[in-house]
Design a protein around this ligand. Structure first.
Ligand SMILES: NC(=O)c1ccc[n+]([C@@H]2O[C@H](COP(=O)([O-])OP(=O)(O)OC[C@H]3O[C@@H](n4cnc5c(N)ncnc54)[C@H](OP(=O)(O)O)[C@@H]3O)[C@@H](O)[C@H]2O)c1
Length: 250
């Protein structure tokens, strides 16, 4: 399959490229850091991996890449919206620049790449989008309020698209992740190997996402205990949820 992924220079996206190439897929990945992309290309060492530097908050860069894809007649089978930033809020106060950066990356950047392919998917009545969301789409994260609101917005976008395209074969899959050992959160990075029971590793998470491509499920939770939390605690008021989970978070 042809798979387009945003945010492949580190963490889950990076592990996902390796996993998908080993499984025989063709991957086109993007991120901002050229050095990290070149290092990844060297590691996978395969003509099936193509990459571009693209800041998905930059409308001109997005459009330039889209034009390049059109000129190469590139249409993916799967689009994985994985790129995101999670910046802690300074307290007291709320940093407007950080908040807009999270919204522009996690919501607008993802939205652009849906709009880039959705009409072609519709015309051929095939194609799937996978949004990497977070358990924080269901509950607020007081340490980064805009991160949780961005993931809630991304998830709602997908839920709306599912209904709009329900009579087609287009798929809009949502993956709600719990904590994964990656650079996105300095409190998690490097902790999985030291025996944390709640943290998943990036390679295991990548493997789970790769399996989702063949799955019919439209919403998934990983690691699995996250589904238990969602199932049993989703009716809890925010304050209670925070009381129970705060020591596992930041
Ligand atoms: N790790 C967790 O605990 C956790 C929990 C729940 C959900 N998630 C979700 O999992 C996904 C992957 O995150 P991760 O944990 O693997 O974090 P990560 O290692 O920080 O990866 C984020 C990726 O997004 C890219 N990115 C950020 N801003 C970008 C922009 N403006 N344009 C293009 N690419 C951009 C980064 O590359 P550049 O910096 O090179 O651009 C990087 O490759 C995210 O959607 C995140 O919200 C993670």
């Amino acid at each position: 399959m042809r798979i387009f992924i945003t945010g492949v220079s580190s963490g889950i996206g990076n592990a996902l490229v390796k996993c998908l190439i080993i499984r025989g897929h063709e991957v086109w990945g993007i991120a901002r850091r050229l050095d990290a992309l070149e290092k990844l290309a060297k590691e996978v060492d395969s003509p099936a991996f193509n990459f571009d530097c693209c800041d998905i908050t930059d409308a001109v860069a997005n459009e330039r890449l889209r034009t390049k894809m059109v000129s190469q007649k590139y249409v993916p089978d799967v689009v994985i919206l994985n790129a995101a930033v999670d910046i802690e809020d300074a307290y007291p106060g709320l940093d407007f620049d950080h908040a807009t950066q999270m919204m522009r990356t996690n919501v607008d950047g993802a939205n652009f790449w849906v709009t880039a392919f959705i009409e072609t998917f519709f015309q051929r009545d095939a194609g799937q989008f996978i949004a990497v969301s977070s358990i924080f789409a269901h509950w607020p994260d007081p340490a980064s309020v805009s991160y949780s609101s961005s993931k809630a917005a991304l998830s709602m976008l997908f839920r709306g698209l599912r209904i709009r395209y329900r009579k087609t074969n287009l798929q809009f899959k949502l993956l709600y992740l719990g904590p994964v050992d990656t650079p996105i959160n300095p409190r998690f990075e490097g902790k999985e190997s030291s025996g944390s029971l709640i943290l998943a590793s990036a390679p295991n998470t990548a493997d789970y996402i790769a399996n989702l491509i063949a799955s019919k499920r439209s919403s998934s939770y990983y690691p699995l205990y996250i589904y238990g939390i969602f199932l049993f605690l989703r009716w809890l008021p925010d304050n209670w949820f925070e009381l129970i989970t705060s020591r596992f978070k930041r």
